[in-house]
Design a protein around this ligand. Sequence first.
Ligand code: ASP
Ligand code: MG
Length: 406
Amino acid sequence: MGSVERIREVARRVARFAREGHKLVVVPSAMAGETNRLLGLARELNPDASPRELDVIASTGEQVSIGLLAVALQQLGLKSRSYTGFQVKILTDDAYTKARILSIDDANIRRDLAEGNVVVVAGFQGIDANGNITTLGRGGSDTTGVALAAALKADECQIYTDVDGVYTTDPRIVPDARRLATITFEEMLELASLGSKVLQIRSVEFAGKYKVKLRVLSSFTDVNSTDMGTLITFEEEDMEQAIISGIAFNRDEAKISVLGVPDKPGIAFAILNPVAEANIDVDMIIQNASIEGLTDFSFTVHRNEYRRAMEILQSKVQPAIGAKGIHGDDRIAKVSLVGIGMRTHAGIASKMFGALAREGVNIQMISTSEIKTSVVVDEKYMELAVRVLHRTFELDKEPAKETLKP
Ligand code: ASP
Ligand code: MG
């Protein structure tokens, strides 16, 4: 929705679907760059602008979009009505700037659809129980779309974005990254939480919870394009699946090690509780086996919270537990391999470590879950690590179709 011409294009695409007989609810986000511009204005006036007012300001970007799209649709001869989040109403909690949707009153939408309208609903916004305007966090229009699809039991939720699907990794780093025709919802959830920025993670969670069929497509293809983008599937329906689907990476984290702590009950709590009380999220956690009663304890936090976490550890934790030292590093990156095939295939992690070793990339931390293996490496080796892993697992090639379940 970058310009009047782009809005016209969106309207033409919507009109095409409407003429095919579909009932449509369209959820635009703000015009390109608009949310940043609005938040920038607020920050210029007050660097500590209150979250409530930030939401009042940021939500207007989408209000402009829905009205513009509705008139563009009307210009094409379609019936269309627009709604802000609060008009719908999309009820959220009161966590300004990152509110969660609690419920959607779909009465207006259903009535308008029945009367032949294309309904246009503002993304990214809602209203709390006290009538305050809220927003759902950056990229929140994705979540509005999925939540509406769930509420309306839509056949499919299509997210048109600035990429044309989900790739094995970021093509800016690996030029031969391949677009996936399908990916399971669980893999998508891992990729989104590990730093791949295609969809807002909450939208993926929502799709999983309510089994919404979700498709990622490009908003830049021709209006009549039949390109199908990437479909996010549920495992049961996707029997033929590559072992590894993708590689995610991010530079958003920092590593903190508490050295030489006495290995006794309550130590992990003594280290992490003050961090949690300061509302700092912890991601990876590692504790070493102890030697002569002493152990090292490492974890990662978001880079923005690194200074604050270090402060807490140095001023409160170290003296309280008698640790030998606190060591921090905010020049790290996390690289993760994701694939549901890890459940059924042994040796993926060791193949990963071997490939990194051959390139001389030192692994500082490792964490695994059922369908992912993540490593922390020096930030300067991040791109190298991603490329090497992409090659090692041959993600540039169509996977030899393999049935995971008998
Ligand atoms: N306009 C909002 C943002 O930029 C929501 C969205 O685009 O999904 O974060
Ligand atoms: Mg977006």
